[in-house]
Design a protein around this ligand. Structure first.
Ligand code: HEM
Ligand SMILES: *[C@@H]1O[C@H](CO)[C@@H](O)[C@H](O)[C@H]1NC(C)=O
Ligand SMILES: *[C@@H]1O[C@H](CO)[C@@H](O)[C@H](O)[C@H]1NC(C)=O
Ligand SMILES: *[C@@H]1O[C@H](CO)[C@@H](O)[C@H](O)[C@H]1NC(C)=O
Ligand SMILES: *[C@@H]1O[C@H](CO)[C@@H](O)[C@H](O)[C@H]1NC(C)=O
Ligand SMILES: *[C@@H]1O[C@H](CO)[C@@H](O)[C@H](O)[C@H]1NC(C)=O
Ligand SMILES: *[C@@H]1O[C@H](CO)[C@@H](O)[C@H](O)[C@H]1NC(C)=O
Ligand SMILES: CC(=O)N[C@H]1CO[C@H](CO)[C@@H](O)[C@@H]1O
Length: 484
C-alpha cells in the first residue's frame, strides 16, 4: 500500500469504528424508538430536509403532518435527535407536569444571547432565576403597572387616529406591538421611550428570522461551521445594535433608579446581592423582550381580528365597556374585575390563536407515555395549537369563535388539560397575569374610541412559525371612530 492508500484506509476504518460506537452507545435508544409508530425519514437527516424551505408557513403544515401520522404520539428524527410529537391533552399535561421533562432543548437557543435566560436555562440555574424573577410578577407588583398600561394605551389610541383618514386596511400588529413594548420597557426596565418605528422593533424582527434559519440548519450546531458562517455575521450585526440599546437601558437605570419599585425585572437582575453574571443579565433582558413582546402583540392582534370578523361579539364587548366605564376614565384594578365578557373573549381568542402554539421539552430520564417507554434525551414537540383546535376536546364547532364556550357552566364540561395557552407546570409563562391585565386595559381604551372591521376571513388564515405562530397575511383591519 502507498502512504496515500494507508491514509485512506485508516480514515475509513476510523469512520466505520466511530459510526459503530455511535450506534452501539445508542442501542437502547434505537430499540425503544423502533416500538413507537411514526416517520423515520432519511438516514442521518431524519425529516430535517422538509424544513429547509424559506416559506415559513410550510413549517406548520409539515409539523401537522408529522403529528397526524399517529395518535396520541408520533415519533420522528431531526438529524440524530429523537423526537416525539403530540397534540394529545393527557400527553401534553404529563410532559408539562413531569419532573423528568422540565428541560428545554438547549441547542435551539445556542448563540442567540438568550441561552442564559429563563426560556433556555435548566436545573438549579433555572430554579434560582425563576425564584428571584417571580418577585416581579406578584399580584401586588402587577397592580403597580396599571397606570403605565393606561398611559401607553392612550398614546396608542392617539397614534391610531392617524389611520382614520384612510379607508385602506392596515396591519394592527405594528401598533399594538409598539404599545406592548413601550409598556414593558417603561415598566420593568424603567426606561420611558417611544418604540413606534424604532430600531428595536426591526432588530427583534430580523434577528428572530435569522434564528429560524439557524434552527432548521442542523450543521450550524457544529461550532466551526457556525463560527465562520455569514449567518453568524448577520446575527452579530443585529446583536451589536441590540446591546447598545440594552446598555442605554442599564445606564439609565443606574443614573435614575426607580426606588419606589425595587422589584422591577431590571432591578432584580442588577441587584448585586442576587449575583447574576453580566451574561445572565444580558440574556435575561433579551429573553424578557422576546418572550413578552411578540407573544402579547400577536395575542392582542388576534383578538382584534376576531372582533373585526364577529361584529356581534364586538358589540357585546362595547356594551360591557360602556356599562362599566364612563369616557376617558382611568381603568383601575377594581374596575378590571368587572369585565367578565372581555375576559371570555380573550380566553377564546387565545384558544384559537395561542402565540406560542408549538413548544418543546427534553427528557432527562426515560418516561412512560401513552403505553410506550420514551428514551432519555428525547425532544418533545407539543402542539398546543392543534390541541386547542381539536374537535376531540372542543366539539364539532372547534373552529368557531365562540366566547360563551368559556362561561363557567360550559367550560366545566371541557377537559381542563386541553387549554394551556401559557403552557403549564412549573415553567408556565411568568408573564401570563401581567399580559391578561395589559390586554384588558388596552381593549377597553380601544373600544371606547374605535369600532373595527375586516375583509380577512378565518378560513384563509395561515401561520408562519417564527417560532411563534403569527398570521402570514397580517392582521388587516379598518378602524372607524365610535359614534357618540
Ligand atoms: C399573551 C401573551 C403571552 C403568551 C401567549 C405567552 C406564552 C408563553 C408560553 C406558552 C410560555 C412557555 C414556553 C414553553 O413552555 O416553552 C411562556 C414562557 C415565558 N413567558 Fe410568556 N407569554 C405571554 C406574555 C408574556 C409576557 C408579557 C412576559 C413578560 C413580561 C412573558 C415572559 C415569559 C417568560 C420569561 C417565559 C419563560 C418562563 C420559564 O420558562 O420559566 N410572557 N410564555
Ligand atoms: C414562581 O411562581 C409560580 C406561581 O406564579 C410558582 O408556581 C412557582 O413555583 C414559582 N417558582 C419558583 C422557583 O419559586
Ligand atoms: C406615534 O408614533 C410616532 C412615530 O411614528 C411617535 O414619534 C409618536 O410619539 C407616537 N405618539 C403619538 C401620540 O403620536
Ligand atoms: C471563513 O474563514 C476563512 C479563512 O479563515 C475566511 O477567509 C472567510 O472569509 C471566512 N468566511 C466567512 C463567511 O466569514
Ligand atoms: C452573592 O455573593 C455573596 C458573596 O459572594 C454571597 O455571600 C451571597 O450569598 C450570594 N447571594 C446569592 C443569592 O447567591
Ligand atoms: C378616546 O376615547 C376617550 C373616551 O371617549 C376620549 O377622551 C379620547 O379623547 C379618545 N382618544 C382619541 C385619540 O380619540
Ligand atoms: C388594587 O390595588 C391596591 C393597591 O394598588 C390594593 O390595595 C387593592 O387591594 C387592589 N385591589 C384589588 C381588587 O386587587
Ligand atoms: C413538576 C410539576 O409541575 N409537578 C406537579 C404535577 O402536578 C401535581 C398535581 O397537580 C403537582 O403536585 C406537582 O407539583
Amino acid at each position: 500500500m502507498t502512504v496515500l492508500e494507508q491514509l485512506i484506509f485508516a480514515t475509513i476504518a476510523f469512520l466505520v469504528i466511530s459510526v459503530l460506537i455511535f450506534y452501539w452507545r445508542r442501542k437502547r435508544l434505537y430499540n425503544l424508538a423502533d416500538k413507537i409508530p411514526g416517520e423515520n425519514g432519511l438516514p442521518f437527516l431524519g425529516v430535517l430536509h422538509k424544513f429547509t424551505k424559506s416559506d415559513l408557513n410550510e413549517y406548520h403544515k409539515e409539523i401537522m403532518k408529522l403529528i397526524l401520522k399517529n395518535k396520541p404520539i408520533s415519533k420522528t428524527w431531526f438529524g440524530p435527535q429523537f423526537v416525539i410529537l403530540t397534540e394529545d391533552a393527557e400527553c401534553i399535561h404529563k410532559i408539562l407536569n413531569s419532573s423528568h421533562t422540565q428541560n428545554k432543548p438547549s441547542y435551539f437557543y445556542k448563540g442567540m444571547m438568550i441561552d442564559e435566560g429563563l426560556l433556555a436555562i435548566n436545573g438549579h440555574q433555572y430554579d434560582k432565576h425563576r425564584k428571584i424573577l417571580n418577585k416581579s410578577f406578584t399580584p401586588n407588583m402587577l397592580q403597580k403597572f396599571i397606570p403605565t398600561f393606561n398611559e401607553k394605551s392612550r398614546v396608542c389610541m392617539m397614534n391610531l387616529s392617524k389611520r382614520l383618514s384612510s379607508d385602506e386596511a392596515f396591519d394592527i400588529f405594528k401598533y399594538v406591538g409598539a404599545c406592548t413594548l413601550d409598556s414593558f420597557i417603561s415598566g420593568h426596565y424603567n426606561y420611558d421611550q417611544n418604540f413606534y418605528d424604532s430600531d428595536l422593533v426591526k432588530i427583534i424582527e430580523e434577528s428572530r428570522s435569522l434564528v429560524m434559519k439557524k434552527v432548521v440548519r442542523p450543521w450550524y450546531n457544529i461550532k466551526i461551521l457556525f463560527k465562520n458562517s455569514s449567518l453568524r455575521h448577520q446575527m452579530e450585526y443585529y446583536y451589536e445594535r441590540l446591546l447598545r440599546i440594552l446598555n442605554d437601558i442599564k445606564t439609565n437605570n443606574l443614573q435614575n433608579p426607580n426606588t419606589k419599585l425595587p422589584d422591577l425585572v431590571l432591578n432584580l437582575l442588577m441587584k448585586s446581592k442576587n449575583n447574576f453574571t453580566e451574561e445572565e443579565i444580558r440574556d435575561e433582558m433579551i429573553t424578557f423582550i422576546y418572550a413578552g413582546y411578540e407573544t402579547t402583540a400577536i395575542s392582542l392582534s388576534s383578538i382584534l381580528l376576531m372582533l373585526a370578523m364577529h361584529k356581534d361579539v364586538q358589540q357585546k364587548v362595547i356594551d360591557e365597556i360602556d356599562e362599566i366605564v364612563s369616557s376617558n376614565e382611568e381603568i383601575s384594578n377594581e374596575t378590571l374585575l368587572k369585565f367578565s365578557y372581555v375576559e371570555l373573549v380573550i380566553k377564546e381568542s387565545l384558544r384559537l390563536f395561542p402565540a406560542a402554539g408549538i413548544t418543546g421539552r427534553q427528557s432527562t430520564e426515560e418516561i412512560e407515555l401513552a403505553d410506550y417507554t420514551i428514551p432519555k434525551g428525547t425532544l418533545f414537540v407539543l402542539s398546543i395549537f392543534d390541541m386547542q383546535r381539536s374537535s376531540k376536546y372542543w366539539g364539532d364547532d372547534a373552529l368557531q369563535f365562540n366566547p360563551d364556550r368559556f362561561l363557567p357552566e360550559n367550560i366545566e364540561n371541557v377537559n381542563s388539560h386541553a387549554y394551556v395557552p401559557f403552557s403549564g407546570g412549573k415553567r408556565i409563562c411568568i408573564g401570563w397575569k401581567y399580559s391578561m391585565i395589559f390586554m384588558k386595559i388596552f381593549l377597553i381604551h380601544f373600544f371606547k374610541n374605535y369600532t373595527i372591521d375586516t375583509k380577512q376571513e378565518f378560513k384563509d388564515i395561515n401561520f408562519d412559525i417564527i417560532p411563534l405562530m403569527i398570521i402570514s397575511q397580517g392582521y388587516m383591519i379598518n378602524i372607524q371612530k365610535r359614534q357618540k
